[in-house]
Design a protein around this ligand. Structure first.
Ligand SMILES: NC(=O)c1ccc[n+]([C@@H]2O[C@H](COP(=O)([O-])OP(=O)(O)OC[C@H]3O[C@@H](n4cnc5c(N)ncnc54)[C@H](OP(=O)(O)O)[C@@H]3O)[C@@H](O)[C@H]2O)c1
Length: 399
């Protein structure tokens, strides 16, 4: 029975986004062949541990044949198909290493890895390819960023962005040559689940949040989120005052998307052939500005005293707190200072077809994202999904 089910060959299932995609593909009735890195048993055990909090019993899914686990690695030899037909490849695996450091990444997995998958598709007669890319293949392009391949090649701030653009170029050339259906998904920054804040990844957005929590702790507010006891996460007289300059434009917009929104949209598109063959910007249609994020961070970590300044004016002496913050902002700078506007014509049509709406990042949702991450020690403790309070449906943005 299972060999007759529509079958997706999925890479990156053990990743943050990938395990949500696996859940949603299974929920939609697809059989999923997951490519896992060797040793296979270890990867299966790891994936099983990740799927349990999402309500998926991997062992029974494997037993039922709805999930097939195969060993392989991008950039190396891929397994021969022993499971029958493959309807589509969904490439989610990637190296998120920002800069080359001599280990071959991020190009080995993101470009050579894609080339290997395309060769595999050719050898197995697969004519549908779904690729998870990133909204930031736009590099430093500005203005309205369209849902199509960006040509000529933009100027990039990181090797990661360049590798994802090169992958898109490779994929587009292949689709043009073969007539195959290529569907590309471009999320912005992916954060935890919209309702619970659940996350298994703590980079990017969370690095900055963690830093703000450290600033609060080092300056006297030791107990973390909720410590002022007022229960609502909003500022009160016990908040820690840390005067520091924030070298960002308060009106700049930081685009983040909840992981469950991205995975649901991808699973939706996979199941709807009429939606194939396009590029989708899976981004926040109305991203909050930096002032909103600042207020959220201050409220959650009980801190105040930060104020925005023109980045060009911050080259001189700096306080200890400023040095900490600026170093992190420099790491995240490409996307905190360069904040393009993403066209969403295709994404809007997709969401409409599936009756989906973007889960607006209200202050309450951001509060859940931040407190969830802080409560599990920014990844030091095992995240527990579904515990803790759910967000209030009525909370709005602090404007
Ligand atoms: N996270 C974001 O904010 C974000 C934003 C925009 C786009 N994206 C894109 O979304 C996708 C998923 O990202 P993520 O955040 O879920 O990443 P992640 O948590 O780091 O997961 C990466 C996944 O790729 C697998 N992988 C990496 N290199 C591989 C290789 N050479 N061969 C086989 N598997 C390999 C990893 O396997 P192991 O578990 O064995 O290491 C893991 O399953 C990527 O394509 C990324 O570019 C992510």
């Amino acid at each position: 029975m299972t060999a007759q089910q529509p079958t997706t060959f999925l890479t990156g299932a053990t990743g943050f986004l990938g395990h949500f995609i696996l859940r949603d593909l299974l929920a939609d009735g697809r059989r999923v062949v997951v490519l896992l890195r060797p040793p296979l048993d270890d990867s299966v055990a790891r994936l099983g541990g990740m799927m349990t909090p999402l309500g998926v019993d991997l062992v029974s899914e494997l037993g039922l044949g709805r999930v097939v686990a195969v060993e392989g690695e991008l950039g190396r030899e891929l397994p021969a198909s022993s499971w029958g037909r493959t309807d589509e490849i969904l490439s989610c695996a990637a190296s998120l290493q920002l800069f080359s450091n001599g280990n071959g990444e991020p190009f080995a997995s993101n470009v050579q890895g894609i080339a290997g998958l395309l060769a595999w598709a050719g050898a197995h007669g697969v004519e549908r390819f779904h690729a998870v890319s990133t909204a930031y293949v736009c590099g430093m392009n500005s203005g309205l960023i369209m849902e199509r391949l960006h040509e000529p090649q933009p100027r990039f701030q990181t090797d990661y962005e360049r590798s994802k653009w090169e992958a898109e170029a490779l994929l587009s050339g292949w689709a043009a040559r073969t007539g195959a259906a290529l569907t590309i998904y471009r999320p912005s920054f992916v954060v935890g689940e919209s309702e619970t804040g659940y996350t298994t990844q703590f980079g990017g957005f969370y690095q900055l949040a963690r830093l703000v929590s450290m600033l609060a702790r080092q300056n006297g507010h030791g107990a973390g989120p909720g410590a002022n006891g007022n229960g609502n996460g909003y500022a009160d007289a016990s908040d820690t005052y840390v005067p520091l300059r924030i070298p960002l434009d308060p009106d700049g917009r930081h685009n983040v998307v909840p992981v469950d929104f991205v995975s649901r949209a991808i699973a939706l598109a996979v199941g709807q052939p009429a939606m194939h063959g396009r590029v989708y910007h899976l981004t926040d249609p109305n991203p909050p500005d930096n002032d909103f994020w600042k207020q959220c961070f201050e409220r959650v970590f009980h801190l105040h005293g930060g104020y925005f300044v023109d980045p060009k004016t911050v080259n001189g002496a700096r306080s200890e707190a400023e040095a900490m913050l600026w170093e992190q902002i420099d790491v995240l700078v490409p996307r905190l200072r360069h904040t393009p506007h993403f066209d969403q014509s295709h994404a809007r049509a997709l969401l409409a077809a599936g009756g989906m709406v973007f889960p607006e990042l209200t202050a309450a949702r951001v509060h859940r994202l931040l407190t969830f991450a802080a409560e599990c020690g920014w990844g030091k403790r095992r995240p527990v999904r579904g515990g803790g309070a759910r967000v209030s449906a009525v909370a709005g943005r602090p404007k």
